[in-house]
Design a protein around this ligand. Structure first.
Ligand code: RP5
Length: 163
């Protein structure tokens, strides 16, 4: 993408990309400028702080953060920036994402993280949520979102059961 990114997609590990790709695919489909980075809360904490501190001045309007296990990445980012953070729980351990979901959703009062569903559905919805946030000030994007929804409606209306 050559335009200034509006959405930052970050993940704790390269292994999370299998899930976060669902967000990236939708951002591409909706023609929303984005960037994607690996930012680990416990392995690259200084980079996490730098990313969060620079996010607003670089023009990011939403951050989508996915992580597995003790998933502190979204909460730590939210603690360091006023850019809205959407958290995507990644199923990465024996607990299949329940650990990540609870880590992300149970932010103490004062530092919100908008938490989505576990895995790819959550990643896709994070991108759609980001698009809705941006569409509040972007009439063209609102049209693209309406068309995207209409296409999903048409898929259901056209579906036939294998009776
Ligand atoms: C978390 O640990 C990451 O977000 C990932 O979901 C999980 C496993 O990371 P790797 O061991 O695959 O690098 O920090």
């Amino acid at each position: 993408m050559t335009q200034t990114p509006l959405v930052g997609v970050v993940m704790g590990s390269k292994s999370d990309y299998e899930v976060l790709q669902a967000a990236v695919d939708l951002l591409k489909e909706l023609a929303i400028p984005f960037e994607a980075r690996i930012v680990s809360a416990h392995r690259t904490p200084d980079w996490l702080f730098q990313y969060a501190e620079e996010a607003e001045q670089r023009g990011l309007r939403v951050i989508i953060a996915g992580a597995g296990g003790a998933a502190h990445l979204p909460g730590m980012l939210a603690a360091k920036t006023l850019v809205p953070v959407l958290g995507v729980p990644v199923p990465a351990t024996m607990l299949n994402g329940i650990d990540s979901l609870l880590s992300i959703v149970q932010m103490p009062k004062g530092v919100p993280v908008g938490t989505l569903a576990i895995g790819k559905p959550g990643a896709a919805n994070a991108a759609l949520f980001a698009a809705e946030i941006l569409a509040a000030h972007d009439a063209d994007l609102r049209v693209r979102l309406r068309e995207w929804r209409a296409a999903r409606t048409q898929e259901v209306m056209a579906a036939e059961l294998p009776l």
